[in-house]
Design a protein. Structure first.
Length: 155
């Protein structure tokens, strides 16, 4: 039970089934719609794994947003998977969990200037809205979310 609770806290509703299967823990639910949603989580994790395996990269906790495995293929693929996950969300609580999981992808997109103009402003607005609602107060160890937002041009 402790392991299941840990997986729940770390990965949220949609990832529990996929991760449970990966580490050999019995799934918490076996509903068809739940399995379909967990396949999206597994697809996202596999997308990231493919990026590092393809050229022998090693992902580290302090890698910059411009790390070679966070290329357009990975970011665009992740966006499509998260779009689908939001579409399949049963309610606002699940949709918010998907958005929180998407925050790192938005961060990479914003900090590597992959969007500009109005698209950047809108993405920054969405990023900050979700981050604040999730209780994120620092963007890194030495920078508050509010300071970073000002630096990024938030109004």
């Amino acid at each position: 039970m402790v392991e299941r609770e840990r997986l729940s806290r770390l990965n949220g509703h949609h990832c529990r089934f996929a991760l449970s299967r990966h580490v050999g823990i019995a799934p918490l639910k076996a509903q068809t719609s739940f399995q379909q949603k967990s396949n999206g989580c597994r697809a996202y994790l596999e997308l990231l794994h493919r990026q590092v395996r393809k050229k022998g990269y090693h992902a580290h906790i302090y890698d910059p947003p411009a790390a070679p495995y966070l290329n357009n293929e990975a970011i665009n693929g992740a966006e499509k998977l998260f779009d689908e996950a939001e579409r399949l969300a049963d309610d606002d609580t699940i949709r918010f969990r998907v958005q929180v999981a998407r925050v790192p992808i938005w961060y990479v997109t914003l900090t590597t200037n992959r969007v500009t103009g109005d698209a950047k402003s809108e993405l920054l607005r969405r990023f900050l809205s979700v981050a604040r609602k999730a209780g994120i107060s620092n963007i890194s160890e030495g920078r508050s979310l509010d300071d970073w937002a000002k630096r990024m041009g938030a109004k």
